[in-house]
Design a protein. Structure first.
Length: 125
């Protein structure tokens, strides 16, 4: 089964992402056999885990893909699912490790114009 992103809706502090489960053999046909999945996330928890709103569709897709790997019957349990704090923690930890954000970055050296530049630093007395 493959998942197609269908969009999201938001009510107050909850955002609900919709996906459609499509079997590859039926992808080109317009059938009503496709399964719709709805995953909802509390936007307040995102800030606590430093997750960007733009990353939520990929988090939802990751949850659905993991559920599908356990068996197609297991994926149908996620037809309506609320993203938990544990899901957000695991996602944030995996991205910190992948991006290397856990390590401190070196500060950039201050800009200094070349001797031939007409830009001059103000004098500090």
């Amino acid at each position: 089964m493959q998942f197609r992103y269908m969009g999201f809706s938001q009510q107050a502090n909850m955002r609900c992402y919709r996906f459609e489960g499509v079997r590859p053999s039926e992808r080109l046909k317009k059938t009503s056999n496709n399964v719709e999945f709805a995953l909802s996330a509390d936007m307040g928890l995102l800030a606590q885990h430093s997750i960007r709103v733009q990353d939520l569709p990929s988090l939802c897709l990751q949850i659905l893909t993991i559920a599908l790997s356990a068996g197609e019957d297991n994926a149908f349990q996620f037809a309506s699912y609320a993203i938990t704090r544990a899901d957000l923690t695991a996602f944030a930890d995996s991205h910190k490790a992948a991006d290397g954000k856990g390590a401190r970055r070196k500060p950039r050296p201050a800009f200094k114009p070349s001797q031939a530049s007409q830009l001059k630093w103000p004098r500090v007395d």
